[in-house]
Design a protein around this ligand. Structure first.
Ligand code: SF4
Length: 257
């Protein structure tokens, strides 16, 4: 990707780049990022996540894939999720949100759960938060179609509340099977709920980001970052998210054969 294109995507993320006259590399330019003051109109009406808060539900890391789904291929897994009634969320969903993207991707992006738009469309990360995620990926040189995107939960919790412990446990085998099938070089855990549940911890997201973690026994590197919905409300944190993406890029490259 050319530097101009990369700068354009950073600007799409609302990251204002101050360019030093004799610093041609993107990393140096981004180091001088100055965040714009958020406009009132930027704030989304219904926050989907409360990033800095403590955890409310976590599961042990690397939950073993249950015998029911352990041997499933993509088609059977997707059908099983579509018909799933393991937890009460099936009662209020419009669609299950299985996941989307390149099933052989190097990057697996994992979010929290479907919101209103995702529930309506059956696809993860659509709407404004999805557009920002796309811009974040593009800033690293990746198109949305090049990564695989999934959520901890496949059905929308009512009113975008946090996933319950039981719901996460019911749904965990599906995600574990998706991780096994994609077998990515790096997992980008997007948001507090995703990071805490993947890593089996209640450590705040601010302390999880900036380090390379690993997903259970698989050893797949996990990089935690803020949820785009949170970044829309807190644009000052976009610089940190960009640093997380750079860490994910470096980690992914280091893990490639
Ligand atoms: S959230 Fe997961 S476990 Fe619950 S009904 Fe949906 S697919 Fe099944």
């Amino acid at each position: 990707m050319t530097r101009d294109r990369q700068l354009a995507y950073l600007q799409a993320m609302d990251i204002q780049v101050w360019q030093v006259r004799h610093a041609p590399v993107i990393e140096e330019a981004v180091a001088d990022v100055v965040e714009p003051v958020p406009a009132e109109a930027e704030a989304p009406p219904a926050p989907a996540t409360q990033e800095p808060a403590g955890n409310t539900a976590t599961i042990p890391p690397a939950t073993p894939v249950g015998p029911v789904v352990a041997d499933m291929g993509w088609s059977q897994l997707q059908e099983t999720v579509r018909d799933c009634r393991l937890c009460e969320l099936h009662e209020s969903r419009m669609h299950t949100v299985f996941g989307t993207g390149n099933r052989n991707a190097d990057w697996l992006v994992i979010g929290e759960a479907p919101g209103k738009d995702e529930d309506l469309q059956g696809e993860p990360f659509v709407g404004r938060a999805g557009q920002l995620l796309n811009a974040m990926l593009q800033a690293t040189g990746l198109q949305r179609e090049q990564v695989y995107i999934a959520n901890i939960l496949k059905c929308r919790p009512p009113n975008n509340r946090d996933p319950g412990t039981e719901e996460v446990q019911c749904c965990s085998d599906y995600l574990a099977r998706q991780i096994a099938l994609v077998n990515p070089t790096v997992i980008l855990a997007v948001g507090r709920i995703a990071a805490q549940n993947l890593l089996g911890t209640d450590t705040p997201i601010g302390k999880l980001r900036g380090k390379v973690h690993h997903f259970g026994e698989t050893g797949i590197p996990v990089i935690a970052t803020y949820h785009p919905a949170y970044l829309l409300r807190s644009p000052l944190e976009k610089r940190k998210a960009w640093q997380d993406l750079q860490l994910a890029v470096a980690t992914g490259k280091a893990c490639q054969p």
